[in-house]
Write a protein that binds this ligand. Structure first.
Ligand code: CAA
Length: 452
């Protein structure tokens, strides 16, 4: 039985900071960001948007593109995120409530809703759990949503890799787009490469405020109580990424009895977690070298230089152009969307092949997922004959073109949550209306509405 992605939709904010504006303000050589890391724009949330509005808008777009699907057919709404806004009420529950504002109260009453969190790989976990469920219940359908706001400290090395967006997938049997069949290679190690610890402080340190009344973005003097931004070590996180993806790739080959094959050569396109545009191309050469040990003498004193030279070689660049570059187009213009990045890469790749009218039916796609903390999963999907019919009605490339640039001061005001008035008018989308601050038993409750 074939199970996988039947349809795919997305939501990205309508504003961005051009990367050259950031480079200038931070005194960074612009070419490092554009040519070295592949960055062009960072998508940013407007004042009325958050991870819930993005999730609900992506799911709503998915349902609008598939008017034949009724809410009662959706058995699961599984969300992957690492930007949770509540330690108890999941984004999936908020999203379900928002969809009911449009489809009617109680229309999703028998739908199971839950969040999955494991840094950037949470949406892959959510998708695989949904696939397992559909295999056991072939007449049902599930919606999987990846929603994240990648926000880093100002002037940190992560600042230029920020971004925001959500991807929604319809999972079913006989999918029109991608069928997943092979076993998944996995590699996990508990490390601290990138994480978001709770930083609730001792009550006695916080004058005049009850720590129970702490929610995102609220600061007391110099003490930040709960930050959206991670604690991370950039170069170490890269090393963890490389270690995990090579281990998971090896495991994938073992599980599928494909040790004698250079598996990646069978992949038409490679979809990797892209925490910034060029992370895939700057790491996948390690897998190529794993498959081609004769290319480098790893016992040589200059082994590191040989690896670096291979990563810049014409031969490797051909592979990048052919198999990885299509996934980078959207990433460079949206930025990191954590759990959604690998699926944004998939959408970018499919949009590219749709625009170039390339026949990719029956092609194999290689998925190389990563989540800090840390886990990688490697698996394969096959493009189905009706894949074009599952694509979003509006091209992601058009949405990127339409996004408006903002200036540096506006970016800073948004980052510090000092800006109160919206930059763009909401239209046909869910917005955050208000966060309750007065009624004691509802403090922190977030209220949303749909704007026509
Ligand atoms: C966070 C997640 O989502 C989970 C993960 O995947 S963890 C793995 C990734 N980690 C992160 O994204 C953490 C946040 N990001 C960071 O800390 C940093 O942005 C980073 C570690 C990703 C990059 O660090 P950095 O110090 O800014 O850049 P650096 O690694 O030196 O690379 C700069 C590149 O630009 C190139 N470059 C520099 N100046 C250049 C110029 N003038 N022209 C062209 N290229 C230039 C450099 O040569 C280098 O490329 P190569 O290594 O391929 O040659």
């Amino acid at each position: 039985m074939k199970v996988g992605i039947d349809s795919l939709a997305y939501f990205i904010p309508k504003i961005h900071l051009p990367i050259e504006t950031l480079a200038k303000a931070r005194n960074i050589e612009p070419l490092k960001l554009t040519k070295g890391l592949g960055l062009q724009k960072m998508a940013l949330l407007d004042t009325f948007q958050d991870v819930v509005t993005m999730a609900a808008n992506a799911a709503h777009n998915l349902l609008k593109d598939n008017p034949n699907i009724l809410p009662k057919e959706i058995a699961k709404i599984y969300v992957g995120t690492e930007s949770g806004i509540d330690n108890s009420k999941p984004i999936a529950s908020y999203t379900l409530g928002l969809l009911e504002q449009v489809y009617g109260q109680g229309t999703f009453r028998n739908c199971d809703a839950v969040d999955h969190t494991f840094a950037c790989i949470g949406a892959v976990d959510a998708m695989q759990n949904a696939i397992d469920f559909i295999k056991a219940n072939p007449t049902k359908k599930a919606i999987v949503i990846a929603t994240d706001y990648a926000k880093y400290d100002l002037a940190s090395t992560g600042e230029y890799t920020q971004g925001a967006g959500a991807i929604a997938l319809l999972i079913s049997t006989n999918p029109r787009m991608i069928a997943f069949s092979s076993q998944t290679g996995v590699a996990t190690e508990s490390v601290f490469d990138f994480f978001k610890p709770y930083r609730t402080l001792e009550k006695k340190l916080i004058t005049g405020k009850d720590t129970n009344q702490v929610w995102h973005g609220i600061e007391e003097g110099e003490i930040t109580l709960h930050k959206d931004q991670p604690v991370f070590e950039g170069q170490y996180s890269n090393q963890c990424y490389i270690n995990r993806i090579t281990e998971a790739y090896t495991h994938f080959k073992e599980l599928n009895n494909r040790q004698s094959e250079k598996v990646y050569q069978h992949w038409k396109a490679i979809l990797m977690h892209l925490p910034y545009c060029y992370q895939g191309r700057r790491t996948f050469h390690e897998i190529v070298l794993l498959e081609n040990p004769d290319l480098i003498d790893i016992t040589a004193e200059d082994a590191k230089d040989q690896i670096k030279a291979f990563a810049k070689s014409e031969k490797y660049m051909e592979l990048v152009k052919d198999k990885i570059a299509p996934s980078e187009i959207a990433s460079g213009n949206v930025g990191n969307i954590y759990t959604g990045s690998i699926f944004l890469g998939l959408l970018s790749t499919l949009t590219h092949f749709a625009e170039t009218s390339e026949n990719i039916e029956n092609s194999k796609l290689g998925f190389v997922a990563y989540g800090s903390g840390s886990k990688s999963k490697v698996f394969e999907g096959e493009v189905q004959s009706e894949w074009l019919q599952g694509m979003p009605s509006k091209s992601i490339f058009t949405a990127i073109e339409e996004s408006e640039a903002i200036d540096f001061d506006t970016y800073i005001a948004l980052h510090k949550k000092e800006r109160k008035s919206p930059l763009k008018q909401a239209c046909n989308e869910f917005i955050l209306d208000r966060i309750e601050q007065e009624i004691p038993h509802l403090i922190g409750a977030r209220y949303y509405k749909f704007i026509q």
